[in-house]
Design a protein around this ligand. Structure first.
Ligand code: ADP
Ligand code: MG
Length: 152
């Protein structure tokens, strides 16, 4: 089961709107990964998602740690694995994935082995100007249902 769903975003506002829609569907312990080149829009999406989940503080990319925790309606965990050097080092991330919040992971490839198997993977592709192609891969029944709900 590896069906792909796609969507075009024509602007940062479009991307924020998509994040808002997803915010209405996510629950405790949900995990979303975001892949795509620098400037694709991963952080833009994350900021909008956080805001929609009640986070008032400004979300900035975690620089010195790979994870930043925010307080919203639920805890909001923002990981950016861009600087992870040793893929095999156990970072103890389950504490967050199962911490009762919503987790967003930028650059998941670096910590692939440590990610939950069931999750929503989003790949953002630059298509010129402000156009972005969003590709969704849902792993596990729960996320397939979530993505179907999103595209309903
Ligand atoms: P990343 O975290 O993937 O490196 P950022 O979100 O930090 O990317 O930066 C994306 C940049 O592209 C921002 O300046 C944003 O305003 C711009 N942008 C233009 N069009 C879009 C779009 N459709 N969706 C998201 N960001 C966009
Ligand atoms: Mg980023």
């Amino acid at each position: 089961m590896n069906e792909e769903w796609t969507m075009i975003s024509d602007s940062p506002e479009d991307t924020a709107q998509l994040a808002n829609k997803i915010a209405r569907l996510v629950k405790q312990n949900d995990v979303i990964t975001l892949s795509g080149d620098l400037g694709a829009g991963k952080t833009t999406f994350t900021k909008a998602l956080a805001k929609a989940l009640g986070v008032n503080r400004t979300v900035t990319s975690p620089t010195f740690t790979i994870m930043k925790e925010y307080e919203g309606y639920l805890p909001f965990y923002h990981m950016d694995a861009y600087r992870v050097e040793d893929e095999l080092e156990d970072l103890g991330l389950d504490e967050y994935f199962e911490g009762g919040g919503v987790t967003v992971v930028e650059w998941p490839k670096m910590i692939e082995e440590q990610l939950p198997i069931d999750r929503l993977d989003i790949v953002i592709q630059y298509e010129g100007g402000e156009k972005r192609l969003f590709r969704f891969h849902a792993y596990g029944e729960y996320y397939v249902t979530l993505i179907k709900e999103l595209f309903r």
